[in-house]
Design a protein around this ligand. Structure first.
Ligand code: ADP
Length: 378
């Protein structure tokens, strides 16, 4: 069920649209992330959605009611907004800052009941910021301020929670904590959360819906799984097609496109071996790998070629031949240290055939491979 509907919305500044013809819905009780390159219009869209910026055209509706018909007091109970703009608050404790969020619920004099105080403390705790409650807001770090401001937004107890880059300034532990708090707000309390994120790999893991923003439009929006499988997010940021692999939440530096090093099979050290070589500017390829092998996706993310067979199946003659033809194009070939069993045997045979053709096949050991590559002029 959609709680917020954006209908033919145009957003921008001074009559100049940044995004046009936006038609999307934010589902009740779901977590939606907005992704897009810098300057694409994510914040402008959020501000318009939060009624902080007038729409240039179209409407935003909450539960079927036009946003412009809400009084500011009604709107404050409906939605809370946490932006990235710096908040200047001198001589105010973090508890007092978070407690400001209770304003729509505390009546004219803003007096907090014991329940309100407990609610505010709970919000600080949910944001891992309880330890800050007695500290002065202007004397804490940017990351800590971020957590307190999110707690303030939570204290407002809105139906719709809008956040611009809630994970900026936070280290990885707190990023995960804040995102899992937001996710719980959706799953356990039925809140509708929408935020911009700069980490597509985290967005793919925590969101239910994604909205992609680029070049003045929304090229796609929909359930996260569909968009992740579509592989469009790599292109959204102008990366190579597989470079950002959101199935495994990984992004790789692109290796050289030269055919320098081919790895037969894989073992526990293969990931670090390939990353080290790729970082040295070595072009990599691999085969035959099983489709469920992490290395498959990683080498593709690096822009390398990979020969694969389905997971847990033996390597058939055709795939062995394909890998042999590919391996012959590379300057240096190595054999990973995997056990001999039915599904890997084809790779041992592949190494044997390459040796019979006069090619040296090294053990997949970094120093051996580096020496071989150096000897060969790299
Ligand atoms: P994002 O959040 O995706 O980085 P923004 O929504 O902040 O992008 O900006 C989208 C475009 O709007 C950019 O070209 C930016 O320069 C422009 N812009 C942002 N704020 C203003 C403003 N206050 N007045 C005019 N243009 C702005």
């Amino acid at each position: 069920m959609s709680q917020v509907v954006l209908r033919n919305l145009a957003v921008g500044y001074g009559g100049h649209p940044v995004l046009n013809n936006v038609n999307i819905q934010l589902m009740k009780g779901r977590f939606t992330c907005i992704l897009g390159p810098n300057g694409s219009g994510k914040t402008t869209l959020l501000k318009t959605l939060a009624h902080l910026l007038p729409a240039l055209g179209g409407v935003v509706e909450i539960d079927g009611r036009d946003l412009t018909q809400f009084t500011s007091a009604q709107l404050a109970r409906e939605m809370s907004v946490v932006l990235t703009e710096r908040v200047q608050l001198e001589n105010t404790t973090c508890f007092e800052v978070a407690a400001m969020g209770r304003a729509p619920h505390t009546g004219f004099f803003g007096v907090l009941t014991n329940e309100d105080k407990k609610f505010v403390l709970d919000c600080l705790e949910k944001c891992s910021a309880l330890y800050l409650k007695d500290k002065l807001f202007h004397q804490i770090s940017e990351g800590e301020k971020q957590k307190v401001l999110i707690a303030r937004g939570l204290a407002q107890d809105p139906h719709v929670f809008i956040l611009d880059e809630p994970t900026s300034h936070l280290d990885i532990k707190y990023k995960l904590e804040v995102l899992s708090t937001l996710k719980k707000l959706c799953t356990q309390e039925g809140k509708t959360v929408v935020c911009t994120l700069h980490e597509p790999e985290l967005a793919a893991k925590c969101s239910d819906y994604l909205i992609l923003v680029r070049d003045g439009e929304i090229p796609r929006w929909g359930p996260t799984q569909e968009l992740v499988e579509g592989g469009e997010i790599s292109q959204l940021y102008g990366l190579k097609p597989n470079q950002l692999d959101l199935h495994i939440g990984s992004v790789e530096f692109c290796a050289s496109c030269q055919k320098d090093f081919f790895l037969i099979g894989s073992d526990a050290r293969s990931v670090s071996l390939m990353r080290t070589l790729a970082n040295q500017g070595v072009g990599v390829g691999a085969g035959v790998l099983h489709e469920n092998d992490f290395l498959c996706r990683m080498v593709r993310s690096m822009g390398g070629q990979v020969v694969t067979v389905p997971s847990y199946t033996p390597i058939d003659c055709a795939k062995q031949q394909e890998a042999l033809d590919l391996a012959l194009e590379y300057r240096c070939i190595a054999l990973a240290d995997f056990p001999d069993c039915e599904i890997t045997r084809g790779n041992l045979e592949l190494a044997q055939k390459l040796r019979q053709l006069g090619r040296e096949v090294f053990p997949a050991d970094l120093s051996r491979v580096e020496t071989a590559l150096a000897k060969d002029g790299k």
